[in-house]
Design a protein around this ligand. Structure first.
Ligand code: 13P
Ligand code: 13P
Ligand code: MG
Ligand code: MG
Length: 369
């Protein structure tokens, strides 16, 4: 029997502002998923949060894009929104762009990442949850895990990893996708994914010779763009991802190594600024300064016969203290630019923010030069 891992997430109200998820929302989501586990609809669950984003991590046997699972997540977000409205939480129901569920959360606002696979003898999986950033924030770390021999020693010294991987890239502007193989197409791959606001890694597949079947994704990233769906600024598309590890795939430590570098991502303050991505524990995933800096949480699970068990919260570790300090220094440096680029996003990316309304006022004031 194959196992499916689904993370479906949404911001249905921040407490206070865009900082965290209110405990009453967590409690409600846990109760809903507990009932679904009891009735056999899902096998296991863990309700997580990163900043103001509520992340429903679920295992089941229904495959990806299952209507029942998506409906369960949707209904959970709806009931959490009702509580958020009563508490007058900020942006209650922010990410729910429709009044009605139409079979899949895709296109309705929430983000999702899902994988179906045959459980191996041991199935270590990392779930990454982000806040105050966008799907392209995963490009650099996922590339490092699966494509960079200076990050993942297994690409060099493990014969089960030596064949490389297939990267599935989405062009989220044109709604197209392309498959590229590493190592031989590394330069083409980097030419695309370096442009992280347009080209995003959606999935990674193993290649011929890997102990994991070629048809099974070994990593999946949520790529849902709220602004593209709504056509206007609603909130940022804070993404999630899942990465299977070990035995022909990056070791857990290789999947954690890229995060020691707090790379610059977009999505800080009003979804309009670049800033460093700071790895932290779920407890510390509480954006504050300038609504940030952007955060990433890493929860590790050992999936066993469809059960998730409790997660191990990796970025709690002291090994990431220096990264956090560096991120804070970079935050000082970026903040010193105030409203200037490259702290503020380039004009193309500001199209979906609140800036165009301000620019409109000046429209008639311009004269030919
Ligand atoms: P596996 O090849 O069993 O995944 O072991 C590699 C490892 O754990 C190195 O840290
Ligand atoms: P969220 O997308 O996390 O709700 O943040 C929006 C924002 O404007 C933060 O300043
Ligand atoms: Mg919010
Ligand atoms: Mg958020």
């Amino acid at each position: 029997m194959k196992t499916t891992l689904s993370i479906i997430k949404a911001d249905v109200g921040g407490f206070p502002g865009h900082a965290t998820v209110h405990p009453d929302l967590i409690k409600n989501a846990e109760e809903e998923l507990h009932a679904a586990k009891k009735s056999g609809e899902i096998k296991d669950y863990f309700v997580a949060r990163c900043g103001d984003d509520l992340d429903l991590i679920m295992t089941h046997d229904k495959g990806v894009d299952d209507k029942k699972i998506h409906e369960l997540a949707w209904n959970t977000f709806i009931s959490c929104t009702e509580i958020a409205k009563k508490l007058k939480l900020y942006g209650a129901g922010q990410d729910l762009l429709s009044d009605t569920f139409s079979g899949n959360v895709k296109g309705l606002g929430p983000g999702s990442a899902e994988m179906q696979f045959e459980e191996r003898k041991s199935e270590p999986i990392l779930c990454f949850l982000m806040d105050k950033t966008e799907p392209g924030a995963f490009n650099l770390p996922i590339y490092k895990m699966f494509g960079d021999p200076f990050n993942s020693a297994g690409l060099v010294i493990d014969s089960n990893m030596h064949h490389g991987f297939t990267f599935e890239i989405y062009d989220i502007v044109e709604n197209k996708k392309v498959l590229l193989n590493t190592p031989e197409e590394t330069y083409d791959l980097l030419a695309l994914i370096g442009g992280k606001s347009r080209y995003v890694i959606k999935r990674i597949y193993p290649r011929e010779g890997s102990p994991v079947p070629k048809s099974e994704a070994v990593a999946c990233i949520s790529t849902d763009k709220l602004s593209k769906i709504a056509g206007t600024y609603v909130g940022k598309d804070d993404p999630v991802a899942m990465v299977r590890c070990q035995s022909g795939l990056p070791a857990v430590g290789e999947a954690l190594e890229p995060w020691a570098f707090p790379h610059l991502v977009s999505g800080w303050m009003r979804g309009s600024h670049n800033g460093p991505l700071m790895p932290c524990s779920m407890e510390d995933a509480t954006p504050s300064r300038f609504d940030g800096p952007p955060r990433v949480v890493a929860l590790g699970f050992q999936i066993a016969n469809g059960t998730l068990g409790r997660p191990f919260d990796f970025f709690k570790d002291k090994a990431y203290d220096r990264t956090r300090n560096k991120a804070i220094k970079i935050a000082d440096y970026m903040r010193a630019h105030g409203p200037f680029e490259p702290h503020r996003l380039p004009s193309e990316d500001m199209e979906y923010t609140t800036l165009p309304a301000v620019m409109k006022k000046l429209e008639n004031r311009f004269k030919e030069i």
